[in-house]
Design a protein around this ligand. Sequence first.
Ligand SMILES: CC(C)(COP(=O)(O)OP(=O)(O)OC[C@H]1O[C@@H](n2cnc3c(N)ncnc32)[C@H](O)[C@@H]1OP(=O)(O)O)[C@@H](O)C(=O)NCCC(=O)NCCS
Length: 189
Amino acid sequence: MQGTNGRASPEETARREPELEIREMEVDDLAAVFHLGERIFTSEENPTLYRTWDEFEVTSLFNSDPEFCLVAEADKAIVGFILGTTVTKTRSAWKYGYVVWLAVAPEWQRSGLGSRLFDKLAEKMIEDGVRIFMVDTEASNRPALAFFKKKGFGNPEEQVYLTLNVKTYQEKPRRGRGSRRKQKNGTQT
Ligand SMILES: CC(C)(COP(=O)(O)OP(=O)(O)OC[C@H]1O[C@@H](n2cnc3c(N)ncnc32)[C@H](O)[C@@H]1OP(=O)(O)O)[C@@H](O)C(=O)NCCC(=O)NCCS
């Protein structure tokens, strides 16, 4: 039913909008989460995330930290996820909550879903004794940086990712290493 001004009535809008549920990830979600990640962590948009995203990221975090693996489901489809873990240092009272992966389907971005996923994870981590949240992302990933800044993250420390092609590594002369050993032992190794 339409309102008198031709627009959808609030009831109709509510009916059309898919119900969104944020819940813990289940074993049946593993493939959907992996494939959504494949769609989002592309070599063009997120080269480092693309290189490190694989099935084992999903299965191992689900295995080690199931309570910190959350999905957003709408119309029986997975449209977002957040995967985290906690780190405790020996002889330290501090427990860190590390956001390892966060992704929202493009058609759902900028609708507050990423924020809801993070808030739910944060709530669970706080209950678990976490005192500091951590995340890392590429310096070129502006949406993610803007997102985490909006959530209150600060003190960015630069991290530089380097890559080395195996062929280049194998072709590289090993001279430097040998001469250092010679100096130390007095013999060529
Ligand atoms: C980063 C990401 C998860 C954000 O999810 P989202 O659901 O779009 O975020 P929200 O709608 O909750 O945004 C919350 C706030 O973050 C900021 N923000 C989010 N996306 C932004 C963008 N593209 N540009 C600028 N600011 C942005 C805004 O301040 C936004 O508030 P506003 O919409 O009221 O202005 C999403 O862009 C994504 O999946 N990116 C690809 C994967 C990725 O880079 N993941 C992070 C590293 S693992």
